[in-house]
Ligand binder design. Structure first.
Ligand code: 13P
Ligand code: SF4
Length: 354
């Protein structure tokens, strides 16, 4: 069963407006950003702060994290690393839910992001008030939410999951007879449902990047590269997932590129992943999966406009004066509530049991 909320439709209009301005900012950004690299690296090393980056951010920022003792990873590993690293200051290069997760898991640490404006269409598409009402009208269901949500939505949940662990956790919950609410990504929800057979009520939201991947254009590309494997992030439309040779989180897709025998891959996720994926498979050909492009509504095709807002200059500004406008702050009680389902996820990662 699918729930379509008016709030979500309204939020989609906001997303499109936001994408316009985010893209404009990115286009206007100085091409001299890379020249900041050495300066920022030296400041970061001297600061003792740790940089935690997602695969979708600028390759310079990914390299900076690698070369300074930080990490480049999927959202689950970003959360785990941030919680376990002893640094008292974390700089999270990604989108707001990733910075918020780091802060919720480590309230004693100071957590900064190059911009707090870097949000996510899934987070926008799941307003906490509407979500609370939805949950309240199904009180007998266990509430499982994707990590790509606000702290308030997490605080209402029994479980938080990322794409790398969602199937395993839902499988375990279904095995002990629980019926679930899932939010917000409908494609990931349907994928989990098919994999596990769980009884799930799905929220109806989507990622503006992944939902633009299209089977029709994929067929045209496959005709040119008939032996290519297909790697698909589960936020993509069902027909893409059904055709995939591997479906998984960003880290799992990189692992699949190394594990599978194909010498070329078509990759249906944000193109930022090519930096680390190509490192792992230097001899393999990596191709971007086609999106609707100019023929559709997509204004962010294969690159998340909010991830693109992470700039070296933003990290430089943090290191210069720990700009309060870039610091994540979370209400203490809200943080305590949201910590419970996040901790369950990390414990499941260690023990494999719910
Ligand atoms: P991963 O957890 O797979 O890195 O996904 C995060 C995300 O936002 C994908 O769009
Ligand atoms: Fe959100 Fe999609 Fe961007 Fe990931 S790629 S952060 S799901 S908008």
């Amino acid at each position: 069963m699918t729930l379509l909320v008016d709030d979500y439709i309204a939020a989609r209009a906001d997303v499109k407006a936001y994408l316009d301005s985010a893209l404009l900012d990115a286009m206007n950004a100085s091409s001299r950003e890379s020249e900041l690299y050495d300066e920022v690296k030296n400041k970061l090393l001297a600061s003792g702060a740790r940089l935690i980056a997602h695969y979708y951010v600028d390759p310079d920022i990914q390299r900076l994290a690698e070369e300074t003792g930080g990490i480049v990873s999927d959202s689950l590993e970003m959360a785990r690393f941030g919680a376990e690293d002893p640094a008292s200051k974390l700089i999270v290069a990604g989108v707001s839910f990733m910075g918020e997760t780091a802060k919720i898991l480590s309230p004693e640490k100071r957590v900064f992001m190059p911009t707090l404006e870097a949000t996510c269409s899934l987070d926008i598409g799941c307003p906490d008030q509407a979500f609370q009402q939805f949950c309240d009208s199904h009180p007998d269901r266990t509430v499982v939410v994707y990590a790509n949500t606000s702290a308030a939505v997490k605080a209402r949940a029994d479980w938080v999951v990322t794409s790398s662990i969602a199937v395993d956790i839902v499988d375990a919950l279904a095995a002990r007879g629980e019926s679930l609410i899932w939010a917000p990504d409908r494609y990931l929800g349907r994928y989990i449902q098919k994999q596990t057979g769980a009884d799930m009520l799905l929220w109806d939201s989507a990622c503006v990047v992944h939902e633009e991947f299209r089977l029709h254009d994929l067929d045209a590309l496959m005709a040119i590269h008939p032996d290519a494997g297909l790697l698909v992030h589960p936020e993509s439309p069902d027909e893409m997932i059904e055709r995939a040779d591997a479906v998984g989180s960003t880290t799992q897709l990189i692992e699949a590129a190394a594990r599978l025998p194909h010498s070329s891959f078509i990759v249906a996720t944000d193109r930022g992943i090519f930096y680390k994926m190509q490192q792992q498979v230097p001899d393999k050909l990596l191709l971007e999966a086609p999106t609707r492009g100019a023929g559709g509504t997509c204004q962010s095709c294969a690159h998340c406009p909010w991830m693109a807002m992470n700039r070296l200059s933003g990290i430089n500004r943090i290191l210069d004066f720990w700009d309060p406008a870039c610091e994540i702050l979370i209400d203490a009680e809200l943080g305590r509530q949201a910590l419970k389902p996040l901790t369950r996820m990390l414990e499941f990662k260690l023990t494999g049991t719910v």
